[in-house]
Design a protein around this ligand. Structure first.
Ligand code: 523
Length: 133
């Protein structure tokens, strides 16, 4: 059975929220769209709301999918959904840090190889959103 991991593209005032992973070792220190595994019985939107509450202490509304799903492991697909902050200020409860980046800063991080590899697939889609196209 395939599993889904959901990641949130939280955009506010032309900036994207990134979170720096603390684990596992091969991803530690890399920046990602925050999220996590969809649990049985959850929709992707429900899972994203739960993950962003647990990880960052924020309430979000979830919007449309961004880009195409990425296979992160055999039978594990990663999907990105747009999300908008409703309440709370993101705090890195499970990450090393958080950052708000504009389109140029996101491209620079991807070019430096400090973004989680799967997430770099969405760079064109995120770039267009951040530039308001
Ligand atoms: N990714 C990934 N990008 C990304 C996320 C949220 C996750 O490539 N933006 C990958 C990393 C892991 C897998 O998806 O291989 C599961 O993500 P993880 O560890 O964030 O999921 P959790 O938080 O549900 O995991 P555990 O609670 O540790 O089981």
């Amino acid at each position: 059975m395939s599993r889904i991991v959901v990641a949130g593209a939280v955009i506010d005032a032309g900036r994207l929220l990134l979170a720096q992973r603390a684990r596992p070792e091969h991803l530690a220190g890399l920046w990602e769209l925050p999220g996590g595994k969809v649990e049985p019985g959850e929709t992707t939107a429900e899972a994203l709301r739960r993950e962003l509450d647990e990880e960052l202490g924020v309430e979000v509304t979830v919007g449309e999918a961004i880009g195409a799903p990425v296979e992160v492991a055999a039978g594990v697909d990663l999907v990105a959904l747009r999300a908008e902050l409703v309440t709370g200020t993101p705090q890195p409860r499970e990450h090393l840090a958080i950052a708000w980046v504009d389109a140029d800063e996101l491209a620079a991080l991807c070019a430096r190889g400090v973004v989680v590899p799967a997430d770099t697939a969405w760079l064109p889609d995120l770039d267009a959103l951040l530039r308001g196209e």
